[in-house]
Ligand binder design. Sequence first.
Ligand code: C2O
Ligand code: CU
Ligand code: CU
Length: 516
Amino acid sequence: MITRRTALRALGFAAVGTTSLPSKINPLFAQDSNTSTLFNNVLAIPPLASGTRADDSTHYQLTLQKGSKQFIPGKTTATFGINGDYLGPTLLMKRDDSVALSVHNQLGEPSTLHWHGFHVPATEDGGPKQQIEDGATWNPSFKVAQNGGTYWYHSHVLHNTGEQVYKGLAGMILVQDEQEEALGLPSDYGVDDIPLIVQDRRFSSDGSFSYMSRYDDLVIGAHGDTLLVNGTTQGFFEPSTRLVRFRLLNAANARTFVFAFSDGREFQQIASDGGLLNAPVAMTSLELAPAERAEILVDFSDGNEVMLRSLAMQPNFPEFPGALSRIMRSLNAQAFDVLRIKPLATLSGETTVPAHLTNIERMAASDDLYQREFRISMGFGSRSGEDRGPGTGARTGLGGGHGGGHSIINGRVMNMNFINETVALNSTEIWVLSNNSPMSHPFHVHHGQFQILDRNGELPPDNEMGWKDTVRVGSGETVRIIMRFEDFADAENPYMYHCHILEHEDQGMMGQFVVV
Ligand code: C2O
Ligand code: CU
Ligand code: CU
C-alpha cells in the first residue's frame, strides 16, 4: 500500500519531520464568537427553472452568456453566466421524466455543459466531446434516472473548464422523486430548502477575477481568498422555519471546505452526491471536496444567530525549505466565515427528522469482479512516471526542481484520441484509486453513481455509505469504489473520469472510458 512516506519519496523528497501527519481539523469554535457585523448581503437564491412541457418532455432553455457583476462594492467583475450574469438557474427535474435542453452558446468562445452525477448516454453527457461552438446550440435530451437529490451542471470544455467555471458557468440541479417527497423533508425552495453553492475566488484590484495568477494555482489548483455563496459575498440568510435543509455544493475549482457552525451545533446529513442516505447522520463538521454535495438539516428553534463556517484544516505536509512544502502546507489551511444565519423572531414548522430515509443496498466486493487500477500522481518535474503508452505525457523521470509538473492518472495525460479503458456493459467493476501525490484529489466518474467499498481497507464513515459520484482520495490513500455499468453501450463516445480539481483536470488528470 502507498503510504504518505512513499508518496513523498515518489516526488523525490525525503519525509522529514514528524512521522505522524495528522489530517485533523483545527476547531475554531469559540475562538472568535463575535459573529461579524459584516455579512449583511442578503443571500441570493438562484431562480428555479421547472421547464415547460411539450411533446411529453420538459424543456429548458439555457443561454451561456457574458455578464458583469459587483462582487466587491464599487467594482465590476466581468463574468460568465447561464441565463444571467453569474451561475445559472436551479434546474428542477423529476425522476423518470424526459427532459430536453437547448443550450445556446453566446460566450464568444467554445464551451460545453455537463450534467454532473447524471446517468445519461455519452452523447448527451456534455463532456469535452460535446463542444458547443460560439453561436451554436446543443440540444441534448435524456430520461432523468437519478434519485431525488442535489446535482449540478457546469462547463466541461477541454483545457478551459477551470476558467469557465471560475467565471460562473455552473448551476444546481434538484431532482425530486416520490420516495423522497413522501418523507416530508423541508422542500419549499428558497424558504426552508436552500441551495448553497460555495466557491472561493480571488479578485484583482480592478475587480476582475484573478484566475491562475500564481504559480501555486498550477500545482494545487486555483484557490481564492473571498468566499461566494450563490454568488453572494458576505451573505446573510434569515430562516423563517425551525428546521432548514441546506443543499451544500462545493463548486470551488480546487478548495476543500470543512463546514461547521460557529457554536459547534450538531446537524444531520441526510443525502450525499447521489441522493438520500439510509438514515440521517449526526455531525458537527462536514468535509466536502470540489464537486461533492451534501444535504443537511439544521435546527434553528433556539433562535440564535450563528455563522456557517469552513474550518481550517491543519497542514499535514512536513516543513522543509522550498516551494513545495510551503504550497502544500497552505492547502486548505485557511478558515472562512461562509454565511451568517439569523433566524426570524417567530419560526414555523416542526423539527422532527425522519429516523429512516431510504434503503440502499450495499454492493458487495467479490473476487470475480473485474478490478481496474487508477494511480493518481503529480510530476513537478520529479519522478512519477509509470507506463508510457499512447497518450503518455511528454516527460517522465527528468527530475530537477518542480516546474512543469503534470497531474496524471496511470502515468498518462488526457488525450482526446485515446480511449483509456473499455468496460463491458452490465458488468460490475471495482476501481482501485490510489494516490501517491502529496495532496488529496477528488476523483469523479461520469456515467452514474458508485459506492465506496473501503478506504485503506476500512469501511468509509456513515455519510460516505450512500451513492457517490466524486470521492476524496487523500495523499497516500487507496480507495476502492464499486460501480455497475448499465445502459448506453457506445463504442464511439466515451465517458470521462477525472480529478475534480479543475486545474488538474485541465492539465490532463482525466481519462476516457467506453461502455461496450
Ligand atoms: Cu463535474 Cu466531469 O465533471
Ligand atoms: Cu460529471
Ligand atoms: Cu487533482
